[in-house]
Design a protein around this ligand. Structure first.
Ligand code: SF4
Ligand code: SF4
Length: 375
């Protein structure tokens, strides 16, 4: 075991291999407040990469309804229960990561799902938690909530799948930090899926090897965002590059949202993988749930998001989500316009920060009808 630094948990931790960060690390932000669970991302990925034999129950991208949706069944709650106490001392994680809690003789604390755990990819869809009294109004005084969580491989800085593989079949590309699996080396030992807490490696019973999200690297290489990003109906996704806290670039969209504004947070940072997909947390979910899922900065992030409209830079950057098929390494905001830039500073796209809103009159005098406007 080596000692490495994990900035998401604010301390050093033990990992199976020494720290070896790529030249550049792919990073992404998902805004959970905008996801409508249309599953277009899921199908965009499936039709591109996993429509072949043996890939039937594979979803490199999935969208689940929290708190009761899971794919595979119970992937997060089972591990959280095994991990034990997960307390934070300010921004420093005081509990143990899945590497530090590995049982004797194992590299990672993990759980291997059963085949049946993959049988219902959209279980729990739209199920709410909390009580709705008889005759009570859904969104009134009753604490009913749920939200949609879109998930892909996090292309982690400290991948558990890589640490767990006894064949060294998994590697992290130095170019963009994308985590890939060499199927020629894979012997289907199933250690990667046991180790990955996010369960983003999948077994192909036809080839008897494992497969995983490749972050659409052929697109990344030509400066384009992955399929699940460009096809997202809700425009919840933005792909760029993430730096470590000592090398933050304020003009990098991902750096700005993660490091500068601390609005976008990692999923289960306490697992210790330093995942590189970041989430803007939902604003309507009880704080303890958000803290467990996104770490201690979640309440502050919710407050920042609630006031984002009053902040020109932030509102401008949020308007750039889903605005172009190109990767956005840089951005700037001028007056009422947000501009996405490529690495050389060339403009990719510009969008207005505020779009006009037209409110139709409740009474249409011409047709003599009343409209059902939603207030
Ligand atoms: Fe590996 Fe899982 Fe991290 Fe992806 S999310 S890099 S499969 S540990
Ligand atoms: Fe959510 Fe976008 Fe996927 Fe639709 S396409 S489910 S809005 S992430």
């Amino acid at each position: 075991m080596a000692l490495v630094h994990n900035w998401q948990i604010g301390r050093a931790m033990s990992y199976w291999y020494p720290e070896a960060r790529p030249k550049r690390q792919i990073g992404a932000v998902f805004d959970t407040n905008k996801c409508i669970a249309c599953q277009t991302c899921t199908l965009a990925c499936k039709t591109t990469w996993t429509s072949g034999r043996g890939q039937e129950q594979m979803f490199w991208n999935n969208v689940e309804t929290k708190p009761y949706g899971f794919f595979p069944l119970g992937w997060d709650v089972k591990l959280l229960a095994q991990l034990g106490a997960q307390s934070w001392d300010g921004d420093k994680y005081a509990g143990k990561t899945i590497f530090e809690s590995a049982p004797a003789g194992e590299r990672v604390l993990g759980i291997r799902p059963d085949d049946m755990d993959y049988a219902h990819p959209n279980i729990g869809e739209d199920e709410i938690v909390g009580q709705v009294g008889r005759g009570g109004h859904f969104f009134g005084t009753h604490q009913a909530w749920m939200f949609y969580l879109a998930r892909i491989c996090n292309h982690c800085t400290y991948p558990a799948c890589l640490a767990g593989c006894p064949r060294a079949s998994i590697y992290k590309r130095p170019e963009g930090g994308i985590v890939l699996l060499d199927q020629n080396r894979c012997r289907g030992y199933r250690e990667c899926v046991r180790a990955c807490p996010y369960k983003k490696v999948f077994y192909n019973p036809h080839t008897r090897t494992y497969e995983k999200c490749i972050a659409c690297f052929p697109k990344i290489e030509v400066g384009e965002q992955p399929q699940c990003f460009v096809n997202c109906i809700g425009k919840i996704r933005l792909q760029g590059w993430i730096s470590t806290p000592d090398k933050v670039r304020e003009d990098s969209p991902v750096d700005y949202l993660v490091h500068v504004r601390k609005l976008a947070l990692p999923l289960f940072p306490q697992f210790g993988l330093e995942p590189n997909v970041y989430y803007i947390p939902p604003v309507h979910v009880p704080t303890p749930f958000l803290v467990q899922m996104f770490g201690p900065s979640a309440p502050k992030a919710v407050e920042t998001y609630r006031h984002a409209r009053e902040d020109r830079t932030l509102a401008g950057l949020l308007a750039l989500f889903g605005s172009t098929y190109r990767t956005i390494p840089r951005f700037k905001v001028l007056d009422d316009t947000a501009i996405a830039l490529d690495d050389s500073g060339q403009e990719l796209v510009r969008v207005p920060i505020r779009e006009p809103v037209f409110v139709r009159a409740a009474k249409d005098s011409k047709r003599g009808v009343w409209r059902m406007n939603t207030p």
